[in-house]
Design a protein around this ligand. Structure first.
Ligand SMILES: Cc1ncc(C[n+]2csc(CCOP(=O)(O)OP(=O)(O)O)c2C)c(N)n1
Length: 277
């Protein structure tokens, strides 16, 4: 057994749903990483925000990147060493505001990166301003009369952008561990949105009791149009039900597999540092 914990003091609020995400991720990693050598096969990247503190609480190599720049950092790691399992963590602000352009293009590029978005519907670390997925009517100090701008639907957006693995889970340790496992079996970019209410600035507005599992209802995850229909069910303002699970999965050409040099590095289990200049 290798130690995936760190001795850094955890500064998330007591009871924060991020603890569930942390536990789910660590549970999965603990099954894959048996010793210090195995750890060399993994790298993690986080953005900036409450979610990003996960970087401090998992004993893995990686980069605590800039706000909104998780995906280009992940891509750099992957291209530098295509043998690495690269996992990224963003908040909804990080992914859908500051990092939006990277998200859309990563869906197109389809690098084999697993990407978790901790969606608490606010910029939490900066004390609760609305993000692109905050519901209409939400009030904070910057929007005392309530937001009026319609939230976007990230699942629909990812489907439209060509993402080959589109999933949503609630911040529940088991759901996170399970979807991580499914995402790792997928060769390509995996987009995983995690509903992670913020206890202080955006508590659960009745979301959890509306959730149901797509796979338990026999959803065909290979059917793009069914996936779009399911994505429509939840729009943050007036949904009766919230689908969770894998909306869509389809293998597509993977970015790093399209370059001879990178294919060679992968088959020889090498990285750029092994190449002669
Ligand atoms: C380029 C840039 N813009 C703004 C900030 C300020 N900032 C730091 S954390 C943060 C909010 C992060 O929100 P989110 O990504 O949703 O993560 P959360 O804190 O909710 O987990 C912001 C706006 C920054 N650090 N860098």
């Amino acid at each position: 057994m290798t130690n995936l914990s760190t001795n850094i003091q955890n500064t998330w609020c007591p009871g924060c749903w991020n603890f569930q995400i942390l536990a789910g991720v660590k549970n999965y990693l603990a099954k894959q990483i048996k010793n210090e050598k195995d750890k060399e096969n993994w790298a993690m990247v986080s953005g900036i925000g409450c979610h990003a503190k996960i970087f401090d609480y998992i004993n893995l190599n990686g980069i605590n990147s800039l706000h909104g720049r998780v995906l280009p950092t992940c891509l750099g790691l992957k291209v530098g060493n295509p043998n690495l399992n690269v996992i990224g963590f963003s908040g909804d602000g990080d992914a859908y505001a500051e990092g939006m352009e990277h998200l859309i293009h990563m869906a197109r590029y389809n690098s084999n990166i697993k990407y978790f978005v901790h969606n608490n519907q606010v910029f939490a670390l900066t004390v609760g301003e609305p993000t692109p997925v905050t519901e209409i009517g939400f009030k904070d100090k910057t929007t005392p009369r309530g937001t009026t701008i319609a939230p976007l639907n990230p699942i629909k957006l990812m489907l439209a952008a060509g993402c080959g693995f589109v999933a949503r889970v609630y911040a529940d340790v088991k759901q996170v561990e399970q979807v991580f496992d499914e995402a790792m079996k997928h060769n390509g970019f995996a987009f995983i949105e995690i509903l992670q209410p913020c206890l202080i600035f955006h508590p659960d507005i009745g979301l959890k009791e509306k959730t149901y599992n797509l796979q338990e209802k026999g959803h065909d995850k290979t059917n793009y149009f069914e996936a779009m229909k399911k994505a429509e069910e939840f729009d943050y303002n007036k949904s009766e039900k919230i689908p969770l699970g894998i909306f869509y999965q389809k293998e597509k050409p993977v970015f790093e597999e399209q370059f001879e040099q990178l294919r060679k590095l992968k088959s020889e289990k090498k990285s750029w540092k092994d190449l002669k200049r």
